[in-house]
Design a protein. Structure first.
Length: 55
């Protein structure tokens, strides 16, 4: 986490491993994106207080 001492807002930087990140030829494996999404999504929904929508 960064920014916690200077800013009252929490900040977390987390993402998949990539080649040439943010370059014109950036490459990220789909499996890495799925893994990161599976790790981040539950935390975001809990933090934001979201609840499942009934079908």
């Amino acid at each position: 986490m960064s920014g916690c001492r200077r800013d009252p807002h929490s900040l977390l930087t987390y993402g998949p491993l990539a080649d040439n990140i943010h370059g014109f030829d950036e490459r990220v494996r789909i499996s890495a994106i799925r893994r990161i999404t599976g790790a981040i999504a539950p935390s975001i929904t809990e933090w934001c207080g979201l609840e499942p929508v009934a079908p």
